[in-house]
Design a protein around this ligand. Structure first.
Ligand code: SF4
Length: 472
């Protein structure tokens, strides 16, 4: 089930967690970590746990709190665990694609969970099928598991070293065996993965907020092309693939990751606030009030207000309980309109010239409805300010946005976009401004920005490009 009101936003991908902690309740710790990573995927959740002799996997469709109850957690004893929350970017939204995947390799079990998208899945899958491998799902995570299962080496670490070189695209994965948890990250570092410490034990998570919730401290980020394994001796890190041009998805900074997460040494709240400041410097406007599109526009709106000196206020009240409530979003919710998600505070809006700050615009459907609602509530002017550049290229690395011809910015000038949205004016943050805000003055350029620039860090095969590029 898709959230009807997220259809106009880039969709999150997945979140992963892994922990090695004998004498601790690893399933419960994993549950809490997944809870903190819930924003990365709401379609399914799963935990694999082992006491060293047997593997138990519990996974189902739904939110973490729906999949795991007290009784479920009590039935997951063990010393090591991995967990996953999923949004389907490849493979359909169904139970057989829920993770972690459990497999038998050389007579021992492994369980695998993965965040990202491979761009050479078709080729890898075809080769595996030719060699007689049978697939149960349509997920590319199963392809990674299959590569490990079919690898001739008895040494799992050697197999991982080898398959990292075969896989192309984005992958931050965690793996469970009977006596260790392992994490590995693609050579471009497109999806995040961090190492944390809890007492004298260690864990891995997609974001540092997944560590904070269990009281773990961040040790460091797993670097592109590294493998990290955690066992009874602590953690070990090895650079197994040559580092390519580092290309962390810049949308982690703009929108996906939680504002309280830390990436590349920056809190994302701070980075988003700086994006708002840059936006105010680049695209000032004479207005009475700066308001965010909650919640993802909040930090940038605060930055815009600080730099411009225009008062910040909340004028769109978000219903936080919409989204996963309705069985048939297409039919029921859409009829009720944007007010199901945002109710305008007419007393704060009436007669005002508004600056409305949002993190991004994909198709523009929700934004158009939002502008209309603000004018209906009495706004004198609605100036949209977007804290990222226009999205004009599709993502092949695990972010579900739209095909190229569906983007509102594709082939249009900013004035045309403004006219189409019914706004008084529209301005986007420049790519230079975005990067300045993201990595600070001294930081190095370490981001994928392909959906704005078309500069794909990891080559995308022609057949895949053609599937999403409308005009080529
Ligand atoms: S193309 Fe865009 S959404 Fe995809 S990884 Fe690159 S920056 Fe992120």
């Amino acid at each position: 089930m898709r959230d009807p009101w997220q259809d106009d936003s880039p969709h999150d991908e997945c979140g992963v967690f892994a922990i090695y902690a004998p004498q601790m309740d690893v399933a419960r710790l994993t549950f809490f970590a997944l809870f903190a990573l819930q924003h990365r995927g709401q379609e399914s959740a799963g935990i694999a746990v082992t006491d060293g002799s047997r593997l138990i996997v519990h996974k189902d469709m739904g939110l973490v709190s729906q999949v795991f109850q007290e009784q479920t957690l009590q039935g997951l004893p063990g010393q090591l665990a991995i967990g996953h929350v999923r949004y389907s970017t490849t493979g359909s939204n169904e139970m057989r694609n829920a993770q972690p995947f459990a497999r038998v390799r050389n007579g021992s079990f492994i369980a695998l969970a993965h965040n990202g998208n491979l761009v050479n899945t078709d080729q890898l899958r075809t080769d595996l099928l030719r060699n007689g491998h049978v697939f149960e799902s349509t997920s590319d995570t199963e392809v990674i598991a299959a590569l490990l299962v079919e690898h001739p080496s008895r040494d799992l670490h050697e197999a991982i070293r080898d398959i990292i070189l075969k896989m192309r695209g984005a992958f931050s994965a965690v793996l469970l065996t009977n006596d260790e948890v392992i994490g590995f990250r693609d050579p471009y570092g497109i999806r995040p993965l961090v190492l944390g410490q809890l007492g004298d034990r260690f864990c891995l998570a997609s974001e540092s907020s997944g560590l904070d919730i269990i009281g773990a401290r961040m040790v460091r980020e797993i670097e592109p092309g590294e493998i990290c394994w955690i066992d009874s001796d602590g953690y070990h890190i090895e650079q197994v693939a040559r580092r390519e041009r580092e290309s962390l998805c810049v949308f982690e900074f703009i929108y996906f990751a939680r504002p309280d997460s830390v990436m590349k040494g920056h809190t994302l709240y701070g980075a988003r606030s700086r994006m708002g400041e840059e936006l105010a410097a680049e695209s000032p406007v004479d207005a009475d009030l700066v308001i965010p599109v909650p919640d993802t526009g909040n930090s940038a709106a605060i930055g815009y207000s600080a730099r411009s000196g225009i008062t910040y206020g909340e004028a769109l009240i978000k219903n936080r309980y919409i989204g996963r409530t309705f069985i048939d979003p297409d039919d029921q919710v859409r009829k009720l309109g944007i007010r199901m998600k945002f109710n305008p505070l007419a007393s704060a809006i009436k007669g005002k010239k508004l600056v409305v700050v949002d993190d991004s615009i994909v198709r523009g459907n929700t934004t158009r409805a939002l502008v209309r609602v603000l004018f209906e509530a009495g706004a004198a002017e609605v100036h949209l300010r977007v804290s990222s550049p226009p999205i004009v290229f599709p993502c092949f690395y695990g972010i579900d946005m739209a095909d190229q011809d569906e983007f509102i910015a594709f082939g249009k000038s900013v004035d045309e976009i403004s006219h189409e949205l019914g706004a008084t004016s529209v301005a986007y943050l420049s790519l230079e401004g975005l990067l300045r805000a993201a990595h600070g003055d001294e930081g190095e350029d370490c981001f994928c920005t392909a959906c704005f620039s078309g500069d794909y860090p990891c080559e995308v095969p022609e057949n895949l490009r053609l599937s999403k590029f409308r005009y080529e």
